[in-house]
Each structure stands twice: as C-alpha cells, then as structure tokens.
Design a binder for this molecule. Structure first.
Ligand SMILES: Nc1nc2c(c(=O)[nH]1)N[C@H]1C(S)=C(S)[C@@H](COP(=O)(O)OP(=O)(O)OC[C@H]3O[C@@H](n4cnc5c(=O)[nH]c(N)nc54)[C@H](O)[C@@H]3O)O[C@H]1N2
Ligand SMILES: Nc1nc2c(c(=O)[nH]1)N[C@H]1C(S)=C(S)[C@@H](COP(=O)(O)OP(=O)(O)OC[C@H]3O[C@@H](n4cnc5c(=O)[nH]c(N)nc54)[C@H](O)[C@@H]3O)O[C@H]1N2
Ligand code: SF4
Ligand SMILES: [Mo]
Length: 855
C-alpha cells in the first residue's frame, strides 16, 4: 500500500485515466485510510497488474432495482467493477445485471468528496448560534471525542429544557435506538412511494400481497397477458435490473403494450404499441370516462362488463348490490351516468380534464373490456397526486367491471420498484438478525406534508378536528434526506435558518442535510462494513461483503449511536447488542428458500462447524442448498424458475375461483367498489373528504389550477403542470454528487417542443421555473415526447441555493413543491403548477461544478 501511495503522489494529473476519472471529476480518488491521492493512468495500470480479488459489493440504495455488483480490489483499492456472471443469461433465468449507477458506485465510495473528519459549523454554538448561516457557513474540523461530547451535551440540554418532544429523529441506522432509550423522539409519517394505494388497496380489496408494490402476476405468468396497459409506469428508469427485460418477454410472447403517461418514456420506446398522453393528476377522470363507455355500450350481444364477477365478488357497483347500510343512491354506476349528481362522466367530460380525445377514451375502454386477460400495471406516480385515493379506487373498479382480476395474465394495481412485473411472495429470504427493535416512547408523529410548517408554527394535525402543539428544537439525521426529499423545502430552509437550535447529520458525503447541519459526523458506506443481505425481486437474495477499509476517520453509524449513548448514560450493549458479523451469521442461518413443489420453505444455506469457526461466530451447523463459501463468492442465490413451475403467482386467483372460501377481510367479505371504511378513514385524517366510491375530485394544483378562469379558459399565472419523475442519474438524492452520472444524465427540465417555441426557447436554453412555493433554474430539454402543457424535472438533485437571488440552481424539485396534505397525507408530488421563463444568465453544466470537498 505504501508503495502505491508514493507512486500515486509522484504522478501527474491526467483526465480520463484508467480509473475512469472522467471529465469534471478532479483526477483524484480517495484511497482507503490514506487520504486523497492523485492517480494517473500509469499508476493505475501498475495497480491493475497487482493480484486482485472480486468481491460481492453492496448496491444498497432505495433505487427501485436490486442487482449483483462486484468490485475488483487490488491492495485495498477498487479498480473496476462488474456485474452478474454467475450463470449464463436467459429469459427464464436471467442474470441480475447492474445499471450505470451501480457501476459508478466506486466513484461514490472512493470519491474525492467523501466526508473525512467530524466537523462543526463555524458560527454554531449551543442554542444554535447564527442559525441564519446554516447551509452557507464555514466548517471547523474537530476530533471524534469533541464531536460526540458536543452532540451528547446538546441533546441533554434540549431534553432538559424542552423535553423529548422537541427532538425530531430522522434516523434508522442506530440512533433510533439511542434516542428511544433516551426517552424518545418525534417522528414523521405518510405514504411516499406507493401514493394512495397504501390505504385504498387493503380497504377496498382486503389486505393482499406482501407489499403494495407487489400486485398482479409473477413475471412468467405475465407472459399470458394479451394486453398490458402501462399506466404511469417507466421501469426502464425507475425499476432498475430486470423488470423491463421481463416485460419484453411478455411482449415477445404476444402481449400488446399501451402506455398512458404524459411522457413517451424510454420504457415506451422499448415496448409501446401505442402511447396515450395524459395530463398528470387527472387519471381518475379518464378512468371514469372509460367506465361510462362500458356501462352505456354493454349489451348481451356485445358484453363489456363481467356481471358474473361483479355479482359474485363485489359490492357497490349498482343500486342492487350495495353493502349493508349504504344509501343505494351512492352506487358507482349512477354516479358515472350522472343520475346522482347531474353530470354524466362522458368521454367528452373526461377529455376536457385529462386531455385525451373522447374517441381515444372510448377505444381504450372497449379494448380493455374485450381483451382477456388484460393487466394494468401502475407505477406509484398516478397515485402520488392530490386526491388520488379516487384514482387507485377507480383502477380497482374498472378491473372488477372488466373481470380482469384473479386470472393469470390479468390484474391491476401497483407494480413498481424492485418487484415491478414480478409479483408474489418472496421465494428466498434472509433470517432475522437477532436484534429486536426498541419502541419509541414518544407518540407524536407529524405528517410529511406538515413537517416544516409544524417546526415554524408549532402546530400539527393529529387527526380530524384535532390540531396539536409541538415545539421542535432539534433534528437528528442519518439515512433520511428529509430536507431534500420532502415537499416544501423552501420552508424547510427557513425552519433550519430561524427555528432549530441543533441539527446533526451522520453522512458519508456532504449531502443536503449535512450542509444545513451544525455537527457533521463522517460515516462508513456499506463497502466499508462487514457485509449484509439485500433482497430485490422475489427470486434473489444478495450477500455482499466488505470491499475496502473505512475511509479517513469515518465510523460505523451503530458505533456512533453507541458512543453517544454512553455519553448520555445509556447502556451501549442495549444499543448495539450484537456485532455485525453475528447478525450476518444469524441471517444466513435463518435464510429460507421455497421448495420446488411450492409446498413451503426449506433452509437455504449449508453451514459446517468449520464455517462457524472461520467466521468467529456462535451457531450450529445445518444442511441447506448452497454452501457458505459458494454463496459468499457468488454473492447471490437465485431461485431457478421455468414456465409452468409451481412457483407462479396470480393475485386474488383463489378468491375469484371460490369467493366464499377465500372471503376478503372487508366488512362485506367482498371487494368493495363502495367502501365506507375507506371514506371514513380518509375523512378522519382531517384534511379532505372522500366519497365511498371512486369519483373525480379536482386535485390541489392540478390542471384546472393552471387557469385563472377554468370555465372561461383563461390561463393563470402558473400555466404549466409539473410532475417530478424518478430520474436515471440518481437514487433519490443518492449519487447526485457523482461527476460521471452528472455528465451522462443532465438535470434538465423537460417540456413540449411547441410550448417551448411559443416561449421563444431553444433546446438547451437555461430557464427559470417558478411555482407558488419556490424558484429553480435549469437547462430545458424540448421534446415531442412530452405532452403539451406538461413539464417534468427529475426528483433528488441536491439543493444548491444562490443566496443572493434565493434561486435553487441545481433544480431540486422540492423547492418548487408545496407539501399540501390531502387524503391520507400521502405525497402529492405530481400535482404542481409552474411558470417557465428564459433565464439570461449563464449556468455551467453541473458536472463541471466544484465537488463538495470540505477538507
Ligand atoms: N432511477 C431511479 N429509480 C427509482 C428511484 C430513483 O430515485 N431513481 N426511486 C425508487 C422509488 S423509492 C420509487 S417509490 C419508485 C417510483 O416509481 P414510479 O412511481 O413508477 O416512478 P415515476 O418516475 O415517479 O413515474 C413513473 C411514470 O409515471 C408517469 N407519470 C407521472 N405522473 C403521472 C400521472 O399523474 N399520471 C400518469 N398516468 N402518469 C404519470 C411518469 O411520466 C413516468 O413515466 O421508483 C424507484 N426507482
Ligand atoms: N418531489 C418529490 N419528492 C420525492 C419523490 C418524488 O417523486 N417527488 N419521491 C419520494 C420517494 S418515492 C422516496 S422513497 C423518498 C426518498 O427519500 P429519502 O429516503 O429521504 O431519500 P434518499 O435520497 O434515499 O436519502 C437517503 C439519505 O441517506 C444517506 N445514506 C445512505 N446510506 C446511509 C448510511 O448507511 N448511513 C447514513 N448515515 N446515511 C446514509 C444518503 O446519503 C441520503 O442522504 O423521496 C421522496 N421525495
Ligand atoms: S438498479 Fe439499483 S441496485 Fe441495480 S445497479 Fe442500479 S443502483 Fe444498483
Ligand atoms: Mo419511494
């Protein structure tokens, strides 16, 4: 190692060296334990001749995929990466191949911008100091002892003065245990990823699946679909790994693909037979227009409605099938026909809202109703809009009407994230780690849309007609990017700069929460820890191992939690009761895999006494399918699958075939098209009221709000709709700092080419985007792939405020978003209105920006 460092230091800089230090990235990598070094092509080439080893390396982020990554390590340095080559690739037994983010992981873990030392904000002092300088102050390097003492002393002071109810914890890596043992912390709640499906699915259908992102069919059964409607789903970007490939197999097996999406996405480019552009936040209107066609045009000669399924398996569709106690006038059919409210939900009515031509609405309705089996695959996007309980419930209602439920190749619901297109219970899973959670004694939970207003005003909504006081003085962050990732960040910055007395972050790079903190503690990445397990689609279990030594002075999150605990007078054994090695062993020993005949589970791993001795853990030998050594080296166990095997899955198949025996856990024991449970639940949250059936409610900051006068069609101050897409460059805010990825995927604002031309814009111009809540600037990408009137910006860019103008130059979407609670307090990120103007100042591409290197 010493030799390597000497060599590295004496060499000159070169762009694009062997290590792939690409344009914009300073030609610098961090070498574990050795500080920053400059490595050029010669040194790298020399390094590469050394004896190396491939190690299964974690790709652990919440990226919507899960793949096998391997790192080639020479002398403690990762020189290159590869992905799954553990078996030959085939459509039935595909490799679990990594994406560009995974392949760039080494620029994150060994990046020049890794945090190196504990540090404190120059103008912070107990009580907050100059709070207004948060996010722009200078930093002072301090020792670990000083840092840990400061954190403990300040937590004590805040607890003694204001109580535990003044400490907000955004923690899940160890400090949740310390804070819970220390009397607790205020936490936050609200569905983010799965939008409104979280409350709607279980209420309407009865609890189902083992995850909300997990409905429909497994990937092999999906090949039976005749028609697949991808409704606001873009797996090519937002479900890394195999989902798009799996969908391609369904296409090759004969499925037609229709996309309903404001964007002609990369997934559509691969799969679409047809693209139907739709305005965001208006899907419920479109679905109601389709329901109208089905109801009006259904006949014995031309059946569009599966009356048998509706009669046997549902309640609430029409006045004759209402659940007990419900007003017959509240049925779905009469609402759609306009009998109950005077407004028939005709395709023409829907078209005015959703922007899809009436004839197209009619055509899709008929195609959906007459093609069996049809699967409707939803991403979370259409339900991450305001009032979207109606949308999720409308999807279920239409699947019931067309009878596309419980049949192999049919289905509806969420099918996104790392289980996209491959529903069903996990076929392989790790055992428990042996560490039990500690209950947080503080019961206050603040809805995600009210976090910043609650800090600023001292009030939050506990439930309907129940507004409570809260006095947040401190936020403790580890692996949660609250300020960057929750809506209303403009207010979030204000909260940090005016109210909070103490902000701490544990992080491996200088992310947004670190930037706005008072004390920052450098943390190891998963590459620097003993190892662990990751699950992804239902067929895989990944076992990753330590790749490099801890960088600089970084420490493990759980070590930090225990050290702070000690200083607070707590028992560190309770905080960290088992070392990671023993936890990994417990997970290994408890791992199970589905038996081939589908009859249950068996042990996955064969463990010998020699393995136990070598790992240095306590445990018992056992038999299993794969030996420890082979599992560790491969880094993955993948369940073999073949079409027609016993491990397939179709949601609600049992119920459809025998509704009595497999009665749903709803009051009526059926699927509830009229669902009072849901209506009551939503009303009780305290923000908006929901009808028991799927209706259309105008969303806050939806299409209608782009008009000053909706009836007279006079455009308003914010004439465009904007939604926030999950973007290729990042996993939320993670990876946003990597120059490689910045260069490959610019953070650009997408809008329709004609809209751009009308504003006098050229592709690549810098535009200023203003909403009711904030302002950002970004280059514009003008394209026919985006529906007119609609725009989008990728979520997750790190907040970068130009302090003079108050404009965010990185294009963080949550600066533009308000955080308006509706329905179940879910995230309504795809309902927002903006104005777009040409910006006449220059803006360098962000891969050319200086990296955030503090020391
Ligand atoms: N690269 C990357 N992938 C990710 C993530 C990431 O940060 N980066 N995050 C992961 C996580 S945690 C999650 S929860 C998932 C989210 O996964 P999704 O919710 O499926 O992903 P989105 O990109 O938000 O949107 C999917 C598609 O919906 C469209 N869309 C947006 N709004 C609407 C609407 O109102 N109606 C209709 N019909 N279509 C709409 C978009 O144009 C896009 O094509 O992604 C996961 N995957
Ligand atoms: N406007 C808008 N906002 C959105 C979305 C949207 O579509 N639009 N999507 C939403 C969705 S679906 C989701 S799931 C959320 C995600 O929201 P978050 O989970 O808050 O986002 P991440 O960026 O994944 O934040 C994780 C943070 O943890 C840090 N981290 C990672 N590993 C470790 C570790 O081991 N130790 C420590 N100490 N830190 C670690 C990372 O550096 C990062 O700062 O964002 C939501 N925000
Ligand atoms: S999809 Fe996710 S897990 Fe797979 S390589 Fe990309 S970032 Fe890593
Ligand atoms: Mo998510």
């Amino acid at each position: 190692m010493a030799n390597l460092i000497d060599k590295a230091i004496t060499h000159k800089l070169s762009r694009r060296s062997f290590l792939g230090l690409s344009a914009g990235a300073v030609a610098t990598i961090a070498l574990p334990g050795c500080g920053l070094q400059k490595v050029d092509a010669d040194t790298a080439a020399q390094l590469s001749q050394g004896e190396g080893k491939w190690i299964s390396a974690a790709c652990w982020h919440n990226c919507g995929g899960r793949c096998l990554n391997k790192a080639y390590v020479v002398d403690g340095v990762v020189l290159k990466q590869k992905t799954d080559d553990t078996h030959p690739d085939s459509p039935d037994f595909p490799q679990q191949r990594a994406c560009w983010r995974g392949h760039s992981q080494r620029q994150q873990c060994q990046g020049a911008d890794r945090l190196k030392y504990p540090m404190k904000r120059k103008n912070w002092e107990p009580g907050g100091g100059k709070k207004e300088l948060r996010g722009k102050d200078e930093w002072v390097r301090i020792s670990w002892d000083e840092a840990l003492d400061l954190v403990a002393t300040e937590l004590k002071r805040i607890k003694e003065n204001y109580g535990n109810e003044s400490i907000m914890g955004q923690v899940n890596q160890g400090m949740e245990r310390t804070l819970a043992l220390y009397g607790g912390y205020v936490s936050t709640w609200g569905s983010t990823s799965w939008g409104t499906w979280v409350d709607v699915g279980p209420a309407v259908m009865g609890p189902y699946g083992d995850s909300y992102s997990n409905t429909g069919n497994d990937r092999l059964t999906l090949r039976k679909s005749k028609l697949i409607i991808m409704w606001g789903a873009n797996p090519a970007w937002s479900s890394g790994g195999n989902p798009t490939y799996n969908f391609l197999q369904a296409k090759k097996a004969g499925a037609k693909f229709i996309f309903v999406d404001p964007l002609y996405s990369d997934t559509a480019r691969i799969l679409a037979d047809e693209w139907i552009p739709i305005r965001p936040s208006t899907d419920a209107a479109m679905l109601l227009g389709m329901a109208y066609v089905m109801i009006k045009e259904d006949s014995a000669a031309n059946p569009l409605i599966d009356w048998d399924f509706l009669n046997k398996c549902t309640v609430g569709f029409d006045a004759d099938h209402m659940p007990e106690g419900a007003d017959p006038k509240e049925n779905f059919k009469d609402y759609v026909l306009g009998t109950s409210d005077g407004q028939p939900k005709t395709p023409e009515w829907a078209s005015e809202i959703c922007g899809v031509a009436p004839e197209k609405i009619r055509e899709l309705a008929i195609e959906y109703a007459t093609t069996k089996p049809t699967a409707v695959i939803c991403g979370g996007a259409s339900s991450r809009t305001h009032r979207a309980e109606q949308t999720a419930q409308a999807f279920i209602t239409l699947a019931c009407m067309t009878g596309n439920i419980g049949i192999p190749g049919a289905g509806t619901g969420l099918s996104c994230h790392n289980r996209a297109g491959n529903a069903g219970p996990s076929l392989v899973k790790a055992g428990g780690s042996g560490v039990a959670a500690i209950k947080n004694p503080v019961s206050i939970k603040i809805n995600q849309n009210e976090i910043w207003s609650s800090v600023l005003t001292g009030k939050y909504t506990a439930k309907k007609d129940d507004i409570q006081d809260v006095d947040i003085r401190c936020i403790y962050y580890d692996a949660v990017s609250l300020l960057n990732q929750k809506m209303g960040a403009t207010k979030g910055i204000e909260a940090h700069r005016t109210k909070l007395e103490f902000v701490v972050t544990q992080a491996f790079s200088f992310n947004t929460q670190a930037k706005f903190s008072d004390i920052v503690l450098p943390i190891t990445t998963q590459w620097e820890k003993y190892g662990g397990f990751l699950t992804g689609n239902r067929e895989i279990l990944i076992w990753y191992s330590q790749v490099i030594q801890p960088m600089f002075e970084s420490k493990d999150d759980i070590w930090v939690a225990a050290e702070i605990g000690k200083r607070l007078g707590l028992d560190p054994e309770k905080i960290a009761p088992l070392d990671l090695k023993q936890q990994v062993f417990n997970q290994l020993a408890g791992a199970t895999v589905a038996k081939e005949d589908g009859s249950g589970f068996e042990k996955l791993v064969m463990i010998t006494d020699a393995d136990i001795a070598e790992m240095g853990v306590k445990g018992k030998a056992q038999t299993g399918r794969i030996a420890v050594k082979e599992f560790r080296e491969k880094g993955i166990y993948q369940v073999p699958r073949t079409p027609g095997d016993k491990l397939g899955f179709t949601e609600l198949e049992n119920y459809r075939n025998d509704p009595e025996k497999y009665a749903r856990e709803t009051p009526s024991k059926k699927v509830e098209i009229h669902c009072q449970t849901l209506a009551d639940k939503i009303t009780n949250y305290g923000w908006t009221v929901k009808s028991p059936i799927a209706q259309y409610d105008k969303p806050e900051e939806g299409y209608e709000d782009t008009f000053k006068d909706w009836k007279g069609k006079v455009k308003g101050e914010f004439p465009f709709q904007m939604y926030t897409i999950h973007y290729r460059r990042r996993s939320h805010s993670i990876f946003d700092n990597l120059p490689w990825l910045r260069e490959a995927f610019p953070q650009e604002f997408m809008m329709n080419a004609k809209d751009g031309a009308e504003l006098g814009l050229k592709d690549g111009d810098i535009v200023k985007i203003t909403s009711r809540h904030g302002v950002v600037v970004r280059p514009v990408y003008l394209t026919e792939r985006m529906m007119p009137g609609v725009t989008t910006l990728g979520e997750g860019a790190w907040i970068e405020m130009d302090e003079e103008t108050g404009i965010c130059t990185s294009g963080t979407v949550n600066i533009l978003e308000g955080g308006i609670p509706t329905g179940q307090g879910h995230m309504g990120a795809n309902s927002c209105n903006v104005k777009v103007e040409k910006w006449d100042k220059p803006l360098l591409p962000d891969y050319k920006w200086p990296q955030r290197i503090i020391f």
